[in-house]
Design a protein around this ligand. Structure first.
Ligand code: UDP
Length: 453
């Protein structure tokens, strides 16, 4: 399909094969296609998207470069490393081939592909990066050297509550760290991601001005390259078609039978894992909350059933539903849903803001802690479960959102953000304008062609 009077040119997109990265890249692909560009998505054989959901896009698969057993046994950092580094050779070969087949306008890769700028430079290709997290967390990552210099890293247990004066309202405990690691590996990966973004020709971010204008200004100063905040993507193209797991559609008919704003939706995304003890406390907290609940427990099979306290089972039958994977965006727009208990992955956070659903924040790692702090202290649309995940705290947080005056104020504020999210995509809105600038920018680029080096 070519849209008459629209831009022409060919763009290659290369997502990181994780749910929170694949969805926004495919949404960007559809956005660019709708503006007339021919779009090829090159993807790894690990977690491949389903091309049949995207008849207007071209797909090309490259080997992931590792065995399933290698990735299954890897911790998060190692897994990221495998995903990032092992595809360098196959990707370079693909890009060379692709240039032989015709001129290329531009390459857009996930920001974590830290080898991609060098490959693009070598082949004379213009590269932009897609940042699938927030502008704030990228700005924080860009300030990592400063955070080390000022002694915030390595994180000291005694300073957790201290506010980071260079980054209000973040506290030391909000700094990205992963479990017991995070001191040696993270700065290296983050440093590579930031310098590769800085050396690229621009950063596309799935965010919008109204929620991150200060961070966007700061980021522009830090990176000194064009920054295009053109989100929220999912309001233009839903992510259901890019889901890597099969969603249980039964939750929508279950929600249909519930009163407005009576259900709490609970999901911790595609990576974070809750412990058995946390599952027990969540169950008991939900039992005493008296709310309806829709709970995503990702671990398949019926293993989770055994971990639930016996006294919870009648509550589940009366007031709850547990599924392995939900059609999250459909759930969040459903009128019965009154709150989202989330790990604050950026996609989930953005989806909740855009549907006007207040949050209970339970971040696990990386940028989730930063997003959670913004939800509670900047946008003031959620309650932070900062203390132990314990039934009493959970019951209190749910009550705060559903019953207290404070909860009502949060609901009002998030409704305002929902309206802003919708209007930024309209003609004249900030994201709409930024997308126009991005399209003009692509259209101004000289096309790259293959040349023997
Ligand atoms: N998601 C979903 N069903 C679920 C849980 C999550 O469709 O049951 C989607 C959600 O809508 C979001 C993505 O998976 O688009 C998760 O991305 P996020 O950045 O929130 O977290 P991550 O999985 O990367 O930790």
């Amino acid at each position: 399909m070519t849209v008459p009077g629209r831009s022409t040119g060919r763009i290659i997109l290369f997502p990181l094969p994780l749910q929170g990265h694949v969805s926004p890249m495919l949404q960007l692909a559809q956005l660019l296609r709708s503006r007339g560009f021919a779009v090829t998505v090159v993807h790894s054989t690990f977690n491949p998207p389903n091309p049949s959901n995207y008849p207007d896009l071209e797909f090309h698969s490259i080997p992931c470069g590792f065995h399933d057993s290698e990735i299954a046994s890897a911790d998060l950092i190692l897994r990221m490393n495998l995903l990032i580094t092992r595809c360098e050779g196959p990707f370079t070969t693909f890009l060379e081939e692709s240039l032989r087949n015709g001129p290329l306008t531009c390459l857009v890769t996930d920001s974590w592909y830290i080898f991609a700028q060098e490959v693009a430079n070598k082949l004379g290709v213009t590269r932009l990066v897609l940042r699938t997290g927030s502008a704030t967390s990228l700005s924080l990552f860009a300030d990592f050297p400063l955070l080390f210099e000022k002694g915030y890293y390595p994180i000291q247990g005694s300073r957790l509550e201290e506010e980071i004066i260079e980054f209000p309202p973040l506290k030391v405990k909000d700094l990205p760290a992963i479990g017991s690691q995070g001191l040696d590996e993270i700065p290296v990966m983050v440093g590579g991601m930031v310098s590769n973004s800085r050396n690229s020709s621009g950063v596309i971010i799935n965010t919008f001005d109204d929620i991150e204008s200060e961070s966007l200004s700061k980021l522009r100063e830090q990176l000194r390259i064009p920054v295009f905040p053109i989100g929220p993507f999912h309001k233009c193209f839903p992510a259901s078609s890019s889901s890597l797991l099969t969603a249980d559609g039964g939750c929508i008919s279950w929600l249909d039978g519930k009163p407005p704003q009576s259900v709490i939706y609970i999901s911790f995304g595609s990576i974070a894992a809750v412990t058995d003890e946390q599952i027990q406390e969540i169950a008991l907290g939900l039992a005493s909350s008296n709310c309806f609940f829709l709970w995503v427990i990702r671990e398949g099979g019926s293993g989770w059933l055994d971990q639930l306290p016996a006294e919870f089972l009648p509550v589940l039958e009366q007031r709850g539903k547990i599924v392995n994977w939900a059609p999250q965006q459909e759930v969040l727009v459903h009128p019965a849903v009154g709150a989202f208990w989330t790990h604050n992955g950026w996609n989930s956070t953005l989806e909740s803001l855009c549907e006007g659903v207040p949050m209970i924040c339970m971040p696990f790692f990386t940028d989730q802690t930063v997003n959670a702090r913004y939800v509670t202290n900047v946008w003031k649309v959620g309650v932070h479960l900062e203390n132990k995940i314990e039934r009493g705290n959970i019951e209190m947080a749910i009550k705060q959102l559903f019953k207290d005056h404070e909860g009502k104020q949060m609901r009002d504020r998030v409704t305002e953000l929902k309206e802003k999210a919708a209007s930024c995509l309209q003609q004249g809105g900030s994201s709409h304008e930024s997308l126009n600038e991005l399209v003009d920018y692509f259209s101004s680029l000289n096309h790259s062609t293959f040349s023997e080096s």
